[in-house]
Ligand binder design. Sequence first.
Ligand SMILES: [Zn+2]
Length: 321
Amino acid sequence: MFSDGSGLNSGIGTAAVVALPLEGPHLQFLLGKDTTHTVFESELIRILLALHLLCRYPWAKMALIALDNQAAIAALTNRPKQLGQYIVDAIHKSLCTLRRTHPRMRMHVEWTPGHSKIAGNELADAYARAAAEGARSPLPELPWLLHCRLPTSVAAIKANRKWKLIPAWAAKWKQLPRHAKMSCVDPSLPSHKAYRTLTDQPRRDTSILMQLWSGHISLNMFLNKIRAFNSALCPHCASPESVSHFLLHCHRYTSQRRRLRYKVGAAATYVLWLLSEAEVIPHMLHYIADTRRFDKYLHVGSNELCCPLPKSTDNTETIND
Ligand SMILES: [Zn+2]
């Protein structure tokens, strides 16, 4: 016996079919729209349909239910409350009933790889797709749980809300003045990649990275802007001391920059890569530690780094505030 669930054209459908030795009876059910139900629920419902089909074979001694979803199989033995718990409870009730009515039947649930040209699986997939588009078995043939409307899934509502929010968030972000400045750092903002880049770092590194992204860091250009220092110029180069100047051009840190370039190659010459590429960021943080520019401010440059750096003997500069 094979079963499958499918999401197609905004519909969530599921089906189970007796496929061995020949194509036998089947059951189909349309859960509803993908805004109110999840494919995972359909994966659980198909197990329920398969068990319901077994009731038609009181003489059977062995039943093999093949599924192509490991999460649905694992859900049968998970004790804590989970998504679609009411369906899992109905499955266990159905199993208890089968144990009473079919005492000699041995049942086995087996995982099969999906879309791998297994005839029974392909047949169940075809029925599930038809169910997603509206096909449905007669109500009296379905389990009692499916005779009335299924409760709306909170997970589906959250997912639907999220997919609506993301484009609205991106559109609003592009209207903000900060967008133009942050685009120089990461044009993909707001994106999952940028979020992961920030959150995958230790908290301290995330703080440093965010200050570099926004330019709100203790460099003279920002300090002068907030009137905390009387000059925006770098004391060594007579150029505005911005983030890009500090990372790419300042003569004070030529040797440290050479070490950075040895580690990351051409990425050391682009602010975009230094601040947004996950593989480059740890080396960039080492560069900051090596310069000891923020030694008393961001607490980088001490022994907290995973690869301790040699102490600089000629650099005693501290922040200007
Ligand atoms: Zn400089």
